[in-house]
Design a protein. Structure first.
Length: 127
């Protein structure tokens, strides 16, 4: 039986109007140092976002969310942040910010398979 490993995660949120503090969960970032794992996944429900704001630029939001995925993957294609060590990239992605794309506080848990954990969290917290 595989050994359980500590993982950290944050929920990715779209906050159409920062001043109102209303948001919709659209994705999850999972980091597991022991498995050298950092990955983000997201799904945008346009109808649900439209309830919060009819003025959102969905393609622009998707591009910013894809940047989260590139930074998680690391490397030159993700820019200077992509060159940072994996743990530093996770901390950068989950740092508090006042923008349309934000993350929840970081939470922890134990998992055997971080990919399965990511899929389960996406289903439970963002779909």
């Amino acid at each position: 039986m595989p050994e359980k490993q500590l993982f950290e995660y944050a929920v990715i949120r779209v906050v159409p109007c920062v001043e109102r503090e209303e948001f919709l969960n659209v994705g999850v970032i999972v980091y597991c140092a022991a498995k050298d794992f950092l990955k983000a996944a997201f799904e945008i429900d346009r109808a649900r976002l439209g309830v919060l704001s009819s003025k959102l630029d969905i393609p622009e939001i998707e591009e910013h969310l894809l940047a989260f995925e590139r930074i998680c993957a690391g490397g030159a294609q993700a820019g200077p942040i992509g060159e940072l060590p994996i743990g530093a990239r996770f901390r950068w992605l989950t740092a508090p910010r006042s923008t349309i794309i934000q993350t929840s506080p970081v939470h922890t848990g134990f998992c055997e398979d971080p990919d399965e954990t990511l899929a389960g969290l996406l289903l439970r917290l963002a779909r």
